[in-house]
Design a protein. Structure first.
Length: 559
């Protein structure tokens, strides 16, 4: 076949590079049957383009309730036929838990009471402005500071009201407290961050706040021991509030407060190319490394690109998105062929709300369509109301949403329990260096199942536990599947069959060794002579040279 000859898909009539003819019958029988239902004359020998195969596969998934039903007015495909998959599906979130009864506090630039948060049920308990501007939007106003915070809150806890349930967050029933910290000059100052954290510390019991999400960083490169932001974050953690922070989007940057703090869960990003099938997950260009206090950050990674997020209602951006999609409808109904002035005037009115030149109406239909789709792609619009976004600012809310699921499943979980569950169920990605991903990519379903199995019973001590009274050091690890676990480290020349741990109740293994001389030591646990594992309770770790980490034990001079 000559390269100049057009290939037309028999299903969608689009011009494509090639058609698929050889179907894996066992795997794609449902897809074939689905195509034949809507296209009775179609046969496998006619072929289909890959986009159509994806479309019918998505329809089957939706019917199986893996994707929510979205109705006839909101196609899952965007104008350029690019599918942005819903976040719960991409992260494999447990569908039975939605953060109900859990309050998440977002400290961010600013907020808008988006329909995905308030229309079905107003789940916003409180909106606070610590900057003193009193400029919290209540209607569709073009306020730049409201964009970022609204997006992060909806990514976490939106119920998909505008999208008929399609683009809902993992914690779609969670309650929210929203604190605005960006001033009218567009700055997020240390002082305003401190005010916000102090407000949470003073009011968390009133609003039952269990999680704080911070998708930004302070400007100060300091130790967490001297940063007022970090000190307040640690105070919240002592009050059994989980603090989650984005690490940032500069892989050569520094880890700044609050992500640099000892017990704050710092979140980096990964990129799955918005594809469930290829199994390839790449590193996102998020910040990583060692802090001033020798802490390795991040602890976890989550999806940080191709995330569906809302366009702020009432803005010129939403007006443009609506106009562009009206133009797509206008073209699809072949109105270009109509000779009436009314149709052309309508198209010109739509175009006036976009950045496109009205002169494109003199072009042919294909060129007009190409210009519209290019504009949609440039702006990352995926519907009149949503766009796709990227950044660790959106990876952090995914982690916060999963924590809300865990707390719904078991409200008695402590911060330590939650850290243990998340870190021990995360999966390290072999193709990404350990420093960039910490314990690995979050696995929401695994974490929920671990909580439901009650494997997360809180240890009596956090490992390692230096007992000055007994002059010993205790180590603890939770694992209900292992038959044997040993402790090995630089203090015993990494002998892996000497310090055998003893099984206790609830899957806890423990060992106590005599106090070591002052110094820095590396150690790990060896499970069943096969699998090395760092101590998930210990925030101090460093690369082991094998794409993993050694846990660090520091013994200071005993007075």
């Amino acid at each position: 076949m000559k390269n100049s000859e057009k290939i037309i898909c028999p299903l969608c009539s689009d011009t494509v590079d090639k058609l698929l003819y050889r179907f894996h019958i066992d795997d794609e029988r449902n897809i074939i049957e689905k195509i034949k239902v809507t296209n009775p004359s179609w046969t496998e020998s006619d072929g289909a383009c890959s986009r159509c195969v994806d479309y019918y596969q998505t329809a089957i998934i939706r019917e199986q309730r893996i994707l929510p039903e979205i109705g006839p007015h909101f196609p899952i495909k965007s104008a350029d036929e690019f599918i942005i998959l819903p976040t719960p599906l991409r992260v494999d979130a447990h569908p039975g838990y939605t953060g109900k009864g859990v309050t998440v506090c977002f400290i961010d630039s600013g907020f808008y009471p988006h329909p995905d948060l308030v229309s079905n049920k107003n789940r916003v308990k409180k909106i606070i402005d610590v900057t003193g501007s009193q400029k919290v939007p209540s209607t569709g106003v073009d306020l730049g500071e409201a964009w970022h915070g609204t997006m992060t809150a909806v990514v976490c806890a939106g119920d998909g009201y505008i999208s008929k349930g399609l683009y809902k967050g993992v914690a779609s029933d969670a309650d929210l407290v929203l604190i605005k910290v960006q001033d009218e000059a567009g700055r997020i100052t240390t002082g305003n961050i401190v005010k916000a954290l102090q407000w949470v510390l003073d009011n968390h019991e009133t609003y039952n706040i269990r999680i704080v999400n911070m998708s930004f960083a302070d400007d100060e490169l300091v130790s967490y021991k001297t940063s007022r932001v970090d000190q307040l974050a640690e105070e919240l953690i002592k009050q059994n509030i989980v603090v989650v922070a984005a690490v940032g989007n500069d892989e050569n940057g520094n880890i700044l407060p609050p992500a640099n703090s000892l017990n704050v869960i710092a979140v980096g990003g990964v990129d799955d190319d918005n594809n469930l099938d290829n199994g390839i997950i790449k590193a996102y260009h998020s910040t990583y490394g060692t802090t001033i206090d020798a802490l390795s950050k991040p602890e976890l990674v989550a999806h940080a690109i191709w995330i569906a997020a809302p366009i702020l209602p009432g803005t010129k951006e939403q007006a443009e998105a609506k106009a562009l999609y009206h133009l797509i409808d206008w073209l699809s109904l072949s109105r270009l062929s109509q000779s009436g002035n009314e149709s052309i005037c309508q198209a010109q009115e739509y175009l006036s709300q976009t950045q496109l030149n009205t002169g494109i109406l003199s072009k042919d239909k294909a060129e007009i369509s190409k210009a519209i789709i290019q504009r949609i792609q440039t702006c990352k619009y995926i519907s009149p109301h949503y766009m796709h976004v990227d950044g660790t600012s959106f990876a952090a809310p995914i982690v916060s949403a999963v924590i809300a699921q865990l707390l719904e499943a078991n409200p008695s979980l402590s911060v330590g329990d939650i850290r243990n569950v998340l870190f021990s169920t995360a999966k390290r990605i072999e193709t990404i260096i350990s420093q960039r991903q910490g314990f690995g990519i979050i696995r929401p379903r695994k974490a929920i199942l671990k909580v439901l199995r009650k494997e997360n019973i809180m240890k009596q001590r956090t490992s390692p536990f230096i007992n000055k009274d007994k002059n010993t050091i205790g180590f603890f690890i939770e694992n209900s599947c292992a038959e044997e676990i040993s402790l090995a480290g630089s203090f015993n020349h990494w002998a892996n069959d000497v310090l055998l741990m003893e099984p206790a109740t609830n899957g806890i293994w423990q060992i106590e060794i005599p106090m070591l001389p002052e110094g820095k030591y590396q150690y790990k646990f060896l499970l069943d002579h096969k699998h090395w594992m760092e101590d998930v309770d210990n925030p101090y770790r460093e690369p082991d040279g094998f794409n993993g980490f050694n846990s660090i034990l520091i013994v200071e001079h005993q007075n």
